[in-house]
Design a protein around this ligand. Structure first.
Ligand code: NAP
Length: 291
């Protein structure tokens, strides 16, 4: 029997687990607050931002929102970030990617207070993660770790193959899985578009995480019996949502697998709330239990 890892259920557990911490922080005068910043007319970005705001409201996190005109100079976005850095009611800042084409997103991220960088993309936070001392784990890789934990998948000593080396998913996840820690200690192979014979790599893995943005890239023929498969991919093809894994054939081989949708996606959203609560706790110097 293959376990289908239910990301919606695990994400709901995480959100429930955050409510006590949020109330404790609120009682201490430090209710967590997330500021979202949008400099885009892209309807998908608008939807993502409004989902994040709704998620916050549901668990008792305050949400703030700033929109910057897409034709405004970069300085206006920088000023917005500075104002939010200085605002005590804001624990976390998320600048929705992408921003207007004339603005360098990396420079915007560099201007976020690292203590409010709930995406975990600031160079200081990236450095800490690589050193094995993460402050904020980027939300999607953290969500993958939580799914593995909830499914009882042992990472210690496991051969893990991560397909995709982006800065937001593949690279941080590879670092986290290889980290000397209870939820790490895996032997990690990081694959990408120049990897020779991807199937040979995935076939020797105990854990395969697909984050390539290529619909159904990994199928059952590329997997060994009993593998755990985490599908990060989220691709719209002819009106259908497909992962980076060919689900039916992969499920025949896997002992555990995430569906798309309903796997990693809800976890990414839940871990943003987690990071916002963590940021508030660190700022206030109030210790809380995090799920
Ligand atoms: P990305 O920035 O486009 O990176 C894709 C990575 O996959 C690159 O490293 C690329 O290699 C590699 N790749 C592309 N084709 C490949 C192939 N044929 N074989 C092996 N590797 C290949 O993508 P991303 O932002 O990490 O996102 C990846 C997927 O996850 C997308 O479907 C995205 O929508 C999804 N996603 C989902 C969530 C969620 O919450 N569910 C969050 C984030 C992303 P090179 O480096 O050589 O180009």
């Amino acid at each position: 029997m293959t376990e289908v890892i239910d990301g919606n259920a695990v994400a709901a557990d995480i959100r429930d687990g955050l409510t006590d911490a949020i109330e404790r922080l609120a009682d201490a005068g430090a209710r967590p607050g997330l500021a979202t910043v949008l400099m885009s007319d892209d309807p998908a970005s608008e939807t993502y931002v409004s989902m994040k705001q709704r998620d916050c409201e549901e668990v008792g996190i305050r949400s703030f929102h700033v929109e910057v005109d897409t034709d405004a100079p970069a300085g206006e976005l920088y000023d917005t970030v500075s104002d939010l850095n200085a605002d005590d009611e804001v624990s976390g800042i998320l600048v929705q990617h992408p921003v207007a084409a004339h603005v360098d997103y990396s420079e915007v991220v560099r201007r976020i207070d690292p203590g409010k960088d709930v995406d975990g993309f600031h160079p200081e936070n990236v450095g800490r993660l690589v050193r094995g001392d993460p402050r904020f784990r980027p939300c999607t890789p953290h969500g993958v770790q939580k799914l593995l934990e909830h499914a009882g998948v042992e990472t210690e000593g496991a051969d893990a193959v991560v397909v995709g080396r982006s800065n937001i998913v593949g690279k941080p996840l590879a670092n986290l899985l290889a980290r000397k820690a209870d939820d790490g200690n895996a032997t990690v192979t990081l694959c990408h578009s120049r990897t020779r014979d991807l199937a040979a790599k995935t076939r020797q893995a105990d854990i395969v995480v697909a984050a390539a943005g290529v619909p159904e890239l990994v199928d059952g023929s590329m997997l060994s019996e009993g593998v755990t498969v985490i599908d990060v991919g989220y691709n719209q093809v002819d009106g259908e949502t497909l992962g980076d894994v060919e689900y039916e054939s992969a499920k025949e081989k896997a002992s555990a697998i995430t569906p798309v949708p309903g796997g990693v996606g809800p976890m990414t959203r839940a871990m943003l709330l987690y990071n916002t609560v963590k940021a508030a706790s660190q700022r206030a110097g109030v210790d809380v239990d995090l799920p």
